[in-house]
Structures are given as structure tokens and as C-alpha cells.
Design a protein around this ligand. Structure first.
Ligand code: NAD
Length: 419
């Protein structure tokens, strides 16, 4: 037993998830899983989702399995419990110790020097892969003619790129020092006086571990391709290097499981040999167009941090918006699942918003711990609820003949359709 503060109330009926030396999880029947409620609409969506996850596990395993939930604190609730601290060290320790957690959205004040809690969590816990599956469910309002053609899983690098936070504000001494170094030592002169400066680190280590996770996922889930999305035509030694390292990794570590367009053309083996995962690459700006016009050509996507940030929200909008898109942040032996939208403060405690994003993040979490039966029970019940046109306000206002219900009534409708 670790000596936690009184804020950590370890459930007595649960056991810790362990990992073997290869990082594979060993999940007991009553695993302790952490949840962070989140700010704003966090309470409403977490309360609804907890009911659905628990009901699915109970029905799927007849009571032999059960999640032992451990409430963990970040954001405003943390400040209340930890004397004003929005991101207590103990929260990092709890998440590391118990290995699996799920969180609602957290408030980040803009432009006050207050570091995003979400970015901090990802970096401190080294959650290097942000995974976002994006698919359409029947009746979900979409601006596309054929939203059913969108079915991709984005792997976004989570720790490098401009998110590393290496930035120097215009007018500061450090900025002037760096500007002088660039001009005088590196003859890099193409920037105006007093420009704010930022550094974009992209490493072979960071790129390869992300692309490896994407290829492993494609192999395990029998997906068809991995597309490396980059802006290498302009940023040759960062984005371009990401693409180069991706191809190198596939050739070095997965020669039997992967193939490139080039290799296919060279040996005249069109179409793709059965079972081989196609490794391809697309320039980031064209990817947005391709995902609107020919989304079926892409399956698993691996990309750098900023590209992934834009791309995941844009693709989510194609199939229903961030209110439904789920997400996970994965590191070695640790995973934090999260709603991808923000705290939507104007809807706080109105029991009104869509719990879909957090709910499906929980579905990813159940799959992560190997509880696939409970995960598919939720997906099926959700589909059945949507087929009956029972939805929250955000979908109702875009649908004909919809029945608009509250967050909690939406959760009940899903649970009713589970047995
Ligand atoms: P937001 O996602 O909170 O809200 C934008 C709009 O999206 C809302 O007004 C609402 O119309 C809609 N929306 C969001 N979630 C919804 C849901 N579940 N159901 C239905 N509609 C939903 O974005 P914002 O207003 O830019 O940010 C508000 C706060 O959230 C900020 O403090 C920001 O820093 C934070 N934020 C946190 C996260 C996170 O924790 N992962 C992500 C983004 C923003």
C-alpha cells in the first residue's frame, strides 16, 4: 500500500492493474480505475457515463467483473481538495500507480501564463500517443453526403513539436539572446526584429514510438493502411524527417507485415497483397481535402502534434462534432482516456449536453483492458438509441423528428437498450 493523502480513497473491493515486463496489462476482475470528473459539464457527462459503463460491465459479465472506481482530482475540484492546487503531484502519482484513468474536460484560462492542464498531464506522464477513432453512427447529423465512408483512427504525437513549450516572447532577454545566436552563429536571418520565437523539436525516438504504436494497432485490429501525415515539403528536417523515419521504421521492424506503394509498383503486385498493411504518406494540407472527398482511402493515420490537433477536430466535425469524438492518451504501461471537447461552461450542471465523447472514450478504455464484450454492448445500445432518434440538444437541433432528452435521460435510454 502506498501512503496516499486522505484525498485518495482506494476502493477496498478492487485490485491494481499490473503490467508484465513487455508492458502487457494484467487486468483483475475488479480493477481499480481512476476517474477525473472535470470542470464545467464534467459532472453531467461523467455521472451519465459511469452509469452506462457500469451497466455494460454488469450485463456483459453477469456480475463477475466490476470496475472499482477511484476518484482522482485535477482542475477546479483538485483546487478545492488540495488547497488551491489545480494539478496536484499526487494525481500524477495515482495515475502512474493505477495505470488506467479517464477524465472529463478541464478549464485552461487563456493567455495568463497558466499552462494547459491537459498538456501538462500528457507531458508529465509521457503519454506520447493521442489516439482518436473517428467514425459515423447512423442518424448522427453530418455535413457529408456519405459520412459512412469516414472510418479512421488518428495517432497524434503528443509530446514534441511546438507543444514542447520552447518559446521566447518578443522583447525578452532570452528572445534577444536566441535571435542573436540564430543571426550570428547560424546565419539564419529570415525573421523580423523582435519576432516571437518558438522551437519545433521532432526526434527519431519520438516519431518512431508514435508510428510504431500506429502500426501495432493496425496489425492488431486488422486495419488496411497507415498514412503518415506531414508537412515535409516545407519543414524538411522536422516534418519531412517524421515521414522518412516512418518509412524506415516500417522497413526495419515490420518488413513482413507492411508494404509501400513504391514496393508494390516495383514488383507489380497491385492490388495490395492480402494481409499487408500499406504504408503511405500525404502532405498535411491535402489530407484535409482528401478526407472530405475520398475518405475511404485512409484508415490509420500517424501524424505530428500540431497536424494531429487540427486534423482530429476537423475530421470529428465531419461525423458529428467534438461532442461525440472520443480520445485516449497512451504511454508505456499507462493510459488516460478523455473527452475531446472542452468544459462548455455555459451548459454547466444543466443536464443537457451530449455525453458521447466521454462515453466512447470509456469504450476505448474497456477495449484497452480487454473487456471487448462490454465495449460492444455500449456501441450497439448507442446505435439503437440513435436509430430511435433519441438524442441530446446538439444533435436534436440538426435532425428531423428527433426526441430531445437530457444527458441523464440519454444515459437511461442507452442502458434500457443493453439487455
Ligand atoms: P468547448 O468544447 O468547451 O465548447 C465549445 C462548444 O462546443 C460549446 O459551447 C458547445 O456548444 C459545444 N460542446 C462542447 N462539448 C459538448 C458536448 N459534450 N455536448 C454538446 N455540445 C458540446 O470549447 P471552448 O468553449 O473553446 O473551451 C471551454 C474551456 O474548455 C476552456 O477553458 C478550454 O481551455 C477548455 N478545453 C478543455 C479541453 C480538455 O480538457 N480536453 C479541450 C478543449 C478546451
Amino acid at each position: 500500500m502506498v501512503n496516499w493523502s486522505p484525498n485518495v480513497v482506494e476502493p477496498s473491493d478492487g485490485a491494481r492493474i499490473e503490467a508484465d515486463e513487455n508492458g502487457h496489462l494484467q487486468v483483475p476482475d475488479h480493477p481499480i480505475i481512476c476517474y477525473i470528473e472535470g470542470d464545467g459539464i464534467g459532472y453531467d457527462i461523467t455521472t451519465a457515463s459511469l452509469r452506462i459503463w457500469d451497466a455494460a460491465v454488469k450485463i456483459a459479465y453477469g456480475g463477475s467483473r466490476k470496475i472499482a472506481w477511484l476518484e482522482t482530482y485535477a482542475g477546479e475540484k483538485a483546487a478545492a481538495h488540495y488547497d488551491g492546487d489545480y494539478m496536484p503531484d499526487e494525481t500524477f502519482e495515482v495515475l502512474k500507480h493505477f495505470r488506467v484513468g479517464i477524465k472529463g474536460p478541464l478549464t485552461t484560462p487563456v493567455g495568463t501564463g497558466f499552462r494547459s492542464l491537459n498538456v501538462t498531464l500528457r507531458q508529465v506522464l509521457d503519454l506520447f500517443a493521442c489516439i482518436r477513432p473517428i467514425r459515423w453512427y447512423q442518424n448522427v447529423p453530418s455535413p457529408l453526403k456519405r459520412p459512412q465512408d469516414v472510418n479512421v483512427v488518428i495517432f497524434r504525437e503528443n509530446t514534441e513539436d511546438i507543444y514542447a513549450g520552447i518559446e521566447f516572447a518578443s522583447g525578452t532577454a532570452d528572445n534577444r539572446k536566441l535571435a542573436r545566436f540564430l543571426r550570428e552563429d547560424l546565419a539564419a536571418n529570415h525573421f523580423f526584429e523582435d519576432a516571437g520565437l518558438g522551437i519545433k523539436p521532432i526526434s527519431p525516438f519520438g516519431s518512431k514510438r508514435l508510428i510504431r504504436a500506429a502500426i501495432e494497432y493496425a496489425i492488431q485490429r486488422e486495419r488496411k493502411s497507415v498514412t503518415l501525415v506531414h508537412k515535409g515539403n516545407i519543414q524538411k528536417y522536422t516534418e519531412g524527417a517524421f515521414q522518412k523515419w516512418g518509412y524506415e521504421l516500417a522497413a526495419d521492424e515490420y518488413p513482413d507485415q507492411t508494404i509501400t506503394w513504391e514496393a508494390m509498383s516495383a514488383n507489380g503486385s497491385h492490388p495490395n497483397p492480402a494481409g499487408k498493411i500499406l504504408i503511405q504518406d500525404v502532405i498535411a494540407d491535402i489530407m484535409f481535402q482528401k478526407m472530405l472527398l475520398r475518405p475511404r482511402e485512409h484508415d490509420v493515420i500517424a501524424t505530428t502534434n500540431l497536424n494531429g490537433d487540427y486534423l482530429s477536430d476537423a475530421l470529428a466535425a465531419q461525423v458529428g462534432g467534438v461532442g461525440i469524438a472520443p480520445g485516449a492518451n497512451i504511454g508505456d504501461g499507462i493510459a488516460l482516456f478523455e473527452a475531446t471537447h472542452g468544459t462548455a461552461p455555459k451548459y454547466t450542471n444543466l443536464d443537457k449536453v451530449n455525453p458521447g465523447s466521454l462515453l466512447f472514450s470509456g469504450v476505448m478504455m474497456l477495449e484497452h483492458i480487454g473487456w471487448f464484450e462490454a465495449a460492444s454492448l455500449i456501441t450497439q445500445a448507442y446505435e439503437a438509441t440513435l436509430l430511435d432518434r433519441i438524442v441530446t440538444y446538439d444533435f436534436a437541433r440538426q435532425m428531423d423528428q428527433a426526441t430531445e432528452v437530457s444527458t441523464s435521460a440519454f444515459a437511461s435510454s442507452i442502458i434500457d437498450r443493453m439487455s
